[in-house]
Design a protein around this ligand. Structure first.
Ligand code: ZN
Length: 155
């Protein structure tokens, strides 16, 4: 059973399926962030030592490892730092509709947030101003999908 294989041509293949279940737990910082989205806010953490404001909020600074709190809020407007359009799902199957994703640096933040771009068209440009689009308050459940995405601002 514990044979050592030194010739890669001797590797055997066993095909089959392994059922895997998982549950995503957002952790301390993620729980606070999603609660903020439910309120229509973007919780953030400021590291005074490094002069960096993180959004989503963090429990520690990724540069100096100082403990951080969700002690500020940023947005709801920001700048589109990058974007891409997806035509395939994770299984390489064509999507019914392409999905446009963007990296948005919210006002007051030094980091970016990845989310959908909604009401977006061919006028997307890196550096353009965008604004958050939240679900109706009655439909928010405390998840990343409480934020529908970002749309071009100042239209
Ligand atoms: Zn720091």
């Amino acid at each position: 059973m514990f044979e050592k294989i030194s010739d890669p041509t001797e590797v055997r293949l066993a095909q089959g399926h392994i059922p895997i279940r998982h549950r995503y737990t957002p952790g301390v910082a993620g729980t606070l962030f999603f609660a903020g989205l439910k309120r229509g806010e973007f919780p953030a953490s400021r590291c005074e030592t490094c002069g960096i404001t993180y959004c989503p909020n963090r429990i520690f600074c990724e540069r100096c490892f100082s403990a951080l709190e969700a002690d500020t809020a940023v947005g709801p407007r920001g700048v589109l730092e990058s974007f891409t359009i997806g035509y395939l799902d994770v299984e390489d199957a064509p999507l019914d509709e392409p999905v446009t994703l963007g990296l948005v640096r919210l006002e007051g933040a030094d980091t970016v947030l990845l989310h959908r771009l909604v009401d977006a068209d061919e006028t997307l440009e890196i550096g353009m101003r965008v604004e958050a689009v939240f679900e109706a308050k009655s439909r928010r459940v405390g998840s990343i999908n409480d934020l529908r995405g970002f749309r071009p601002a100042d239209r």
